[in-house]
Design a protein around this ligand. Sequence first.
Ligand code: HEM
Length: 160
Amino acid sequence: MENSALSVLLGWIHLIATVAWIGGMFTNFFIYMPAMGKALDPPAAGKLMGAVMKRFRVMVYVSIAVFLVTGILMGSMHLGTGDPFSDKDQWIIFMILKVSVFVVMVILAIVAFEVLAPRVARIAAGGPSPQLARAQKSQKSLALIGFLMGLLILAITAAL
Ligand code: HEM
């Protein structure tokens, strides 16, 4: 495949992963979480959130793999172009920043999916309790932090 066609294909796939992950976080945080809190009692909201997180988990893990593969290929193509007008050092610094935020986001996602979501689902099965309220609050805070980091990655990418 010609290099420019390959870079369009990689950019397209990279953007699909962006929409799936960051878009999913937008929807979770601004639509599902507040709507569930209004329409359902805490145990039912916990159960539904558990089911939502199970599906979202697969999508996020696939997106992470897609980011790694397409991002590394796009990065090596960018560095291989030797464009005299682009500032390589600055690009590399932004890229290091971007990948560092990405690593933190991956860790947060693993905590959200493997620790918090199963805990909320387990406590929710036992009915309402202060413990459930606390776990749901942590789930919301983590969702907000993840969402803000997603915005930060987009800002760094815009500066690349
Ligand atoms: C291992 C992690 C990642 C690597 C190595 C990576 C690498 C790259 C590279 C090299 C570019 C092209 C920039 C240029 O040519 O100047 C790019 C573009 C982009 N990245 Fe990433 N990225 C990663 C993760 C992410 C994540 C997590 C997001 C979403 C929040 C994201 C969103 C974007 C967007 C929106 C673009 C611009 C679209 C495009 O050029 O096609 N990237 N990325």
